[in-house]
Design a protein around this ligand. Structure first.
Ligand code: ASP
Length: 594
């Protein structure tokens, strides 16, 4: 047989190739035996081509073909023929190969799940046999999309004069708010490296070093509880620029995002709206609102309090949303189920009040005792509700109630089918608070990270200790949000040593602690740090959101499961005693417990 594995791939032959002699290699997708004729669908990365064995021409060859199992690797040579029974769903569907020779390159066990677009394999099984899963189109296409997205990102940033610089993976802890993964150092017993939660401090130091436009498509590591859109190791498009204002950064990365959508999806995104953090919380109860639908919050204290309804009268905050056009389709039973939904501990609301403005003008509500139809019709006018709409109301402590209503808003959008796939609504959320209160540790934390610059007007107050509240301090920090997902976040940084020290001070670091953890950065700031700022995009998440998917897992070739395990290589795993000894782990931990 010809000394070559393939002259063509399994996705490229067309009707114009008829009569050509070709060699193809690939995997057996399916094997259909019709007595004298055996049809094999041969698959590779590029597609599927039908190949035919005719026992009239060569019985021995046909007999071999009949024995081919799924996922056998074969090489065939033969002639391209026009198919009598064409398959319009496949680019190669007009032709088939009449096989002259076949060689089995490798046998295969029967795969544990079907290698089809829709598979019967559960997630852990698919992860264990990831190499089989990646043979399926959906996974293969996602990885190809990812590759293209990375290449287009590099092209754009290169065109803008950015330089890709690698930063180390074995570092000292970076304070991005999550736990670190640590690596014991053999040569320094009892000491550990941390894996970077991001290259934050290095990219800032690169600005001091004069590399005024840095980027890196980089792995970051955070030891957090996992969800569908989180992985312990994930990838960022990480960037930093010197001599820029917030405006410069937003414009550069809005442009990058537009280019990526245009290049990969053929979509022209309009300019991104910008809203402040405070406005986002007020209108949507979330700093990452999904703008594919409205349902903005309506504050109702003024309208609803003072009618003798104790639940509202005693609440700090009364707020509602209008779900349009659902009055007719929501039965009492469904309303009850929805009430139970908001009362689940994950949402935590005490109850749900609704006012149903029926199509025929009648009103049904849970608060009829306290509000006459007249009252509720006045309210309807004021808030712009229509017949057929339902007004949902929650009340309680302001911040909590906003969060609960955000959940209900999203749930209603899900139920009403308003999260349209293929519709993209990006926005910038700006002016984040500098600090946030952390209930668990009972102190303030940096909302973004401790290198984030307070807004100009707050800097002076902060230095003099004259700021009214810690909560009121605002930062030059911003997030890019698309369809309710945080795609990117960044900030203008502090480049002044004094201000940085003050910030550490507010965050409860003693001088010694700050020096010990960040002395290298504070030191660098004494050698002419330029004004600078940056941003990082969650690359896996961007892939998922651009494809209308909520899970990032399938955009990662070898992801971890919910327990943080790699099911394929079966890790984390124990290490030998010898290794532990070498790393001084035995003596540090096990020994000290004895
Ligand atoms: N290091 C930040 C993060 O990972 C991004 C930035 O501020 O540039 O969220």
């Amino acid at each position: 047989m010809i000394e070559m594995y393939r002259s063509k791939n399994c996705g490229e032959l067309r009707i114009s190739d008829v009569e050509q002699e070709v060699v193809l290699s690939g995997w057996v997708q399916s094997n259909r035996d019709f007595g004298g004729m055996t049809f094999i669908d041969l698959r590779d990365r590029y597609g599927i081509t039908q190949v035919v064995f005719n026992s009239d021409d060569n019985e021995k060859l046909s007999e071999g073909a009949r024995k081919l199992g799924r996922e056998f690797v074969i090489k065939i040579s033969g002639t391209v023929r026009e198919r009598s029974n064409k398959n319009p769903n496949r680019p190669t569907g007009e032709v088939e190969i009449e096989v002259k020779e076949m060689e089995i390159l490798n046998a295969s066990k029967v795969p544990p799940f079907t290698i089809e677009n829709e598979t019967d394999g559960g997630e852990d099984l698919r992860m264990k046999y990831r190499y089989l899963d990646i043979r399926r189109n959906p996974l293969k296409e996602k990885l190809m999309f990812r590759s293209k997205l990375a290449i287009e990102t590099r092209k754009y940033l290169d065109n803008q004069g950015f330089i890709e610089i690698e930063t180390p993976v074995l570092i000292k802890s970076t304070p991005e708010g999550a736990r670190d993964f640590v690596v014991p150092s053999r040569m320094n017993p009892g000491q550990f490296y941390a894996l970077p939660q991001s290259p934050q401090t290095f990219k800032q130091i690169l600005m001091v070093a004069g590399m005024d436009k840095y980027f890196q498509i980089v792995k970051c590591f955070r030891d957090e509880d996992l969800r569908a859109d989180r992985q312990p190791e994930f990838t960022q498009i990480d960037c930093e620029m010197a001599f820029v204002t917030q405006e410069d950064i937003l414009n550069t990365f809005e442009d990058l995002t537009k280019e990526l959508f245009k290049g990969l999806k053929g979509i022209d995104l309009p300019d991104f709206p910008r809203i402040t953090y405070d406005e986002a919380m007020k209108k949507y109860g979330s700093d990452k609102p999904d703008l594919r639908f409205g349902m903005e919050f309506i504050e109702l204290n003024e309208d609803m309090q003072g009618n003798g309804f104790g639940v509202f009268d005693n609440a700090e905050f009364v707020v509602g949303i209008i779900a349009e056009g659902i009055a007719g389709s929501y039965s009492n039973k469904q309303m009850k189920e929805l009430t139970e939904w908001v009362q689940r501990p994950q949402i935590g609301s005490k109850g749900l009040v609704y006012v149903k403005y029926n199509e025929d003008g009648s009103i049904k509500s849970t608060i009829g005792k306290f509000y006459s139809d007249n009252d509720l019709n006045t309210l309807k006018e004021k808030i712009g509700a229509q017949n057929g709409d339902v007004l949902f109301i929650l009340c309680g402590e302001t911040e909590k109630t906003r969060k609960q209503l955000n959940e209900l808003r999203l749930e209603m959008a899900r139920r009403m089918g308003l999260m349209t796939k293929g519709d993209f609504k990006p926005l910038w959320v700006v002016d984040f608070p500098l600090l946030e209160w952390d209930e668990e540790s009972n102190r303030f934390h940096a909302m973004h990270h401790p290198f984030t610059s307070p807004k100009k007007q707050d800097q002076e107050k902060m230095m003099k200790g004259e700021h009214e509240t810690m909560k009121g301090l605002k930062a030059d920090a911003y997030d890019l949000v698309i369809n309710g997902s945080e795609i990117g976040g960044g900030s203008i940084r502090i480049h002044d040593r004094e201000l940085q020290s003050k910030n550490f001070d507010l965050l409860g670091f003693s001088k010694e602690e700050a020096e010990e953890q960040f002395g290298f950065l504070l030191g660098a700031f004494e050698y002419g740090a330029p004004p600078h700022g940056g941003i990082a995009f969650g690359f896996d998440r961007l892939c998922a959101v651009m494809n209308g998917e909520s899970s990032i897992r399938d955009f990662i070739a070898f992801p971890k499961n919910n327990q943080g395990r790699d099911m394929m290589i079966d890790c984390p795993a124990t290490i030998s005693e010898e290794q532990q000894n070498e790393l001084s782990l035995k003596s540090t931990f096990v020994g000290s417990n004895e």
